[in-house]
Structure formats: C-alpha cells, structure tokens
Design a protein around this ligand. Sequence first.
Ligand SMILES: *Cc1c(COP(=O)(O)O)cnc(C)c1O
Length: 477
Amino acid sequence: MRYISTRGNAPAKNFTEILLGGLAPDGGLYLPEQYPQVSRAELDAWRKLSYADLAFAVLSKFITDIPASDLKAIIDKTYTTAVYSNGRSDSDASQITPLRTLSPGVHILELSNGPTLAFKDMAMQLLGNLFEYALAKQHDELNILGATSGDTGSAAEYAMRGKRGIRVFMLSPNGKMSSFQRAQMYSLQDANIYNIAIEGMFDDAQDMVKAVSNDHAFKAKYKIGTVNSINWARVSAQVVYYFKGYFAATKSNDEQVAFSVPSGNFGNICAGHIARMMGLPIGQLILATNENDVLDEFFRTGVYRPRGTDHTYQTSSPSMDISKASNFERFMFDLVGRDGAKVREFWSRVDAGGAFDIKGTEYWHSLSKFNFVSGKSTHMDRLKTIRELWEEYGVMVDTHTADGIKVGLEQRRPNLPLICLETALPAKFAETIQEALGREPERPAGLVGIEKLPQRCELMDADVGKLKAYIAANVPD
Ligand SMILES: *Cc1c(COP(=O)(O)O)cnc(C)c1O
C-alpha cells in the first residue's frame, strides 16, 4: 500500500515512511492510493474476531511494509490490556470496546477505557508501539515536542512512557488545567517524559512549539517530531472500532447502521468515512459539533469557513473547541474525486484565512453519496442529555459523548441502529457533571487519589530560548 498527498504534488510513500512525519512536502495530508476493499466473505469472517485479531485484519490492509509477524506482535501488545487499564468492572475487557445498549437500536460504543480515559488512547497506544519498533529498526531517536491544554498531551505521554528511543517534551499552561489533569501528567515518573509548565496560556505554549519547529537546524539536530491528529497511523487505528461497533450492534452483514461522532478535528469521523469506503455498511455518519460549528455549517450549507482562534468559544466540551478541522482536507480530497489541484485551490483560500463554498457545484450533489449528516449541541443541550441518560438509564456520560448522543438521536434515520461513540469518561469533566447532576462522577478505581502522588514538572517562562536550552541539556549528542 502506497500513500499519496491530498495536494497531489508529492511522491507516493509507504506506511513506515510516513509514520514518523507530519504533512507531505507539498503541504497536504497522506491517504492510501486506493482504499482497500473488504469482501462479503471477509466481513463474515471478521465478525467473529477478537479486537486484536480484527485490528490485525484491518491494519494489514494499510500496513504492507512491516512483516506480518512483527505487526501482529505490536497489535497484540497494544490491544490486550493497554487500552483497557482503568479497571472499569461493568464491562467485558475481552471486547476492548464494549457496546452498551441504552434502548432497542440505540447504543454507546465505549472507547474510553484506556489510561487517560479518552478515545485518543485507542490510536495513541498503537502509535507508541509502532514508533518504538520503527525507531529501533532505523537505529534512530525521536524527541516529541507538543503543547497541550490537557487531553492530547496526557494521551501522548501515557503512550510513549518508557519507550526506547523516544522522549516527550510536553508544554502545558501553568495553573490552567484541572488538578486531575495535572496529576495525570505530572505524576509520571518515567525518565523519558518531560513536563514543562509554561508561565502563560495554552496559545503561548503552542507558539513556543511552532517557533522551535520553524528553526529547521535545531529541529534536525535534536530530531524533533510531533504526534498531532493528522498522523495517518492514528486515523487508520481508529478505522478498526467502526468495524467492531458494527459487528456488536448487528446480527448480519446485510444490516446498515448509523454512527454518531462528537467531532473537532475530523480525525475520528474521518476513520468512519474510510471504513465506509472500504465497504462497511454504514448508512449514516452523523457529525456532532458543539458551539464551535464550523463542520456542521459545511455539511448544512456547503460553506467551509474556519474561524480564527480568537473566534473559538471555550465550551464545556473543550476537546471539540476547534476553529479549523485539520483532517477535513482528507474528506474533501475524496469529495472532489481525488483531484489534488482542486484541493490546492480550496486550501489556498483557507490558508490565507478565507473560506470556500461548494453549494451549486457538482461537489454539492456528490456530497449525498457520502452519507454524512450533521448537527450541533450547546451547553444547555449537553446538561439536558447528561440528565436524561442518568435519570432514564442510570448511565453517566461525559460532555462530548452527550453532544454526540443529542445530535445522533435528532438526525438518525429511525430504522437504522444508532451507535454513539463515547469519546471520554465523565471523570475527566467533573465540573459540568456536578452542574448537570449535582453529584461527582465516578472515577475508575486506579485513579482515586492520584492528586496526592508526587509530581515532577519544570516551571518555565514563555521563552523559546529557555525551551531550546532545556531540550539541548536533556538530549545527549
Ligand atoms: C479529541 C476529542 C474529540 C474530537 O475528536 P476529533 O478526532 O478531533 O474530531 C471529541 N471528544 C473528545 C473527548 C476528544 O478528546
């Protein structure tokens, strides 16, 4: 399997060549040259597989340049207990992503049983093992540099902790995260994890990361890399649970389902789009946004109009507070019939701070073939959904999952089983749960009292020179 760029001006590469990199050299994102197809016989056979075996079956179609026995070992190591480590006792760990049925035809697919209680662990844990494998083969090292407001940073640290050849330098705004988020990250004692609390806001930390990345000599000398959401390996790992969820919610491969996906950067739902392109019978992909509705606007009106970061609302589903959906370009490439020139034309406007509009073009008519619908959920909707699920079913969901359930129930075709993706556990967003239910969310047993563990963290001014000196001092020549 070879990978091509959405902007059509970069040489095709194989999986391990794009694993450690970010954007393609022409500024595009990588996608498979063609989507691998899944036959009816394969679907029938896959229905019976464990999560790890299913992951191997799916990912073998995307990863053809790692020997099968090595890939199998990497996947088995990831999808046994690593992504089911929070000790939740009400589900079946052998399933890794258990399906919880709320009422006939309405389900929640649990994706947040990993170490940081969010679905990002599902892909990030695999990425950690793939990175370690690839770096060992190349006798190379990687220093991951990132900025986080909470979720992505902790998922990356838990995936990379203790991995040979990898260090993580993670910047976070001092005093701006919840005490739980702080404890999750800063209590890690692994020698390869460097937490740096910046005297400033998240944007200051982000600017420092950009400044270091733009210093090409420094970046090359210290082998600086990232693990952001455009990474292809992350998207491909997410394809697996769409298959798992489909099999769990249906009895035969003649049935269709709807998936509802709380969305921000379009990474999660992009994996659903790819599963459908491979032949999984998905009748609807329901995209849910919060008050930051740039994607809902596109699917309703045909206008893609990214907002500036100063027009991004801070909401109670903060992991969906995005102004620009970094994976959306992957879907647009397919929508325009894989015409790289057309994508370049659209993104020349987006990259200059503008918008594009497909209403009235042939693409607007093609859109209906891709089975997307969308909707939006606000703080009040979130509180209402959390309350209703608690009162009717005794089920507590987090704020992001609530957005997905609200929009899913609103937009689904009634005859389709609805699978709502759970993207985090309520324990991560205690404040809003308190507001909705007047009680604290339950916390997985292993995480009770983590605020009392000793913490390790470097306090630093928002000063790029100091950051470079710190990295240089901790990376041996
Ligand atoms: C990252 C995240 C999302 C958004 O996922 P995308 O892949 O960026 O669309 C939704 N919910 C939670 C809890 C997240 O952490």
